[in-house]
Ligand binder design. Structure first.
Ligand code: PLP
Length: 393
């Protein structure tokens, strides 16, 4: 592992294997007898590694380029060694409490309201699914028992990540009941369009129940106007879930804190340390203001999971689909301890500086043009070389 990280610059970022090539190079049947670790590692090097896309490569620039840090990698190794499964406090006291303390520290750094309680999930898709579940419990508590729900309407921007619609899909909300609110020229949700859509749905007897703005959209990292959207959500008693999966961690910087203005009126927020906080995949954080609703949404405690401590300490498994929970908080705790807020902020600031610098080169070049503003560390640009006196559309 150390050699890999030392020599990573020598290898290409993207693998050149063809679909099916790795499968063809692996035996069709599993071995009857165990094999030596030397043989396994030799095959790892010759068969598996050539088919790896190197997300930890300094020149990986696809999607949100995300890199894991040394302390995070060590945290993963220790977690695998301990193999803690903290479905209950009793089955992992440190894991349960470290998750709560670490997410409490992060809540403070992000300036989130004190009432927000954090839980770790694998991905933002799962975090958002749970937020929508809580929203439904709030809007239609009878669904819990009957499985029937009114035509609940969810609003998100046309620029939102597909995980929002997929969460609604998984909960039986139905894609026809997900409204994609138009965005402005800078890809931000238009609050007035949101308000109009809600009014139109109410007049048809439908039940608006949830709105999901994004802080750092997937395509351009645009920031939806949270305060204005919160105002509308308040007026109509909608659950406000904020998708800050990518840009949320930037709010630990004083100069970016404003991106979460309005968060004091939100019901839940997701952010992904595995996107922009040097955390090895996977680790997503869901903060929710109404843990009672989340608990009610998932409450089902069979006899074999009852313990004397269950009323004294919150166990993550009471608040979600998943029972077994792995010790993800350890790596985040190690990262936070190792870098401190200043160290993390300094790195995020540097990413933003480099993005702005790159954008300035694009702007200066006659053959390239910017296609979106650069609020964070993602630059959207395209080629526009003059062709027969015309520019590419
Ligand atoms: N939300 C936003 C804004 C994203 O950009 C992404 C992924 O890029 C997601 C949610 C989904 O993240 P995950 O892969 O953790 O489910």
């Amino acid at each position: 592992m150390a050699d890999y990280l030392r020599d990573i610059r020598q290898i290409p970022v993207v693998s050149s294997v063809l679909p099916g090539e790795t499968t063809d190079r692996l035996p069709a049947h599993a071995p009857e007898q165990g094999e030596s670790m030397d043989a396994i590692l030799a095959d790892f090097r010759s068969v598996i590694l050539p088919g790896v896309t190197h997300w930890n490569h300094p020149r990986f620039h696809a999607y949100f380029s995300t890199s894991a840090s040394g302390p995070g990698i060590l945290g993963e190794m220790i977690a695998a060694t301990l193999n803690v499964q903290h479905m209950l406090w009793k089955t992992g006291p440190s894991a349960t409490e470290l998750e709560q303390v670490t997410l409490g520290w992060m809540r403070e750094w992000l300036g989130l309201p004190q009432e927000f309680f954090g839980l770790i999930h694998d991905t933002a898709s799962t975090s958002t699914l749970h937020a929508i579940m809580a929203a439904r419990e709030f809007a239609s508590p009878e669904t819990h028992a009957t499985g029937r729900q009114p035509a609940l309407i969810l609003y998100t921007s046309e620029q939102a990540h597909s995980s929002v619609e997929r969460g609604a899909l998984a909960l039986g909300i139905g894609t026809e009941n997900v409204r994609h609110v138009p965005a402005d020229a800078e890809f931000r949700m238009r609050p007035e369009a949101l308000a109009e859509m809600i009014t139109a749905d109410l007049s048809k007897g439908l039940k608006p129940f949830c709105v999901v703005p994004t802080i750092g959209t997937t395509s351009s990292t645009s920031v939806d106007p949270l305060s204005q959207i919160a105002e509308i959500a308040d007026r109509h008693n909608l659950w406000l879930h904020v998708d800050a999966a990518y840009a949320g961690p930037a709010a630990i910087l004083d100069e970016h804190r404003h991106i979460l203005n309005g968060i004091e009126r939100a019901d839940s927020i997701v952010l992904n340390p595995h996107k922009w906080l040097f955390t090895p995949f996977d680790l997503s954080v869901l903060y929710c203001r109404h843990m009672d609703l989340l608990r009610r949404a998932f409450s089902l405690v069979p006899e074999y999971l009852r313990t004397p401590e269950q009323d004294k300490v919150r166990s993550g498994s009471d608040y979600g689909v998943q029972l077994g929970r792995r010790f993800r908080a350890l790596k985040l705790w190690m990262i936070i301890r190792y870098f401190g807020r200043e160290g993390l902020a300094e790195r995020i600031r540097e990413h933003c500086r480099l993005a702005k610098l790159f954008a300035s080169w694009v702007e200066e070049s006659p053959d390239w043009e910017m296609t979106a503003p650069v609020p964070f560390a993602l630059v959207c640009f395209r080629a526009c070389p003059p062709i027969a006196g015309r520019h590419w559309a």
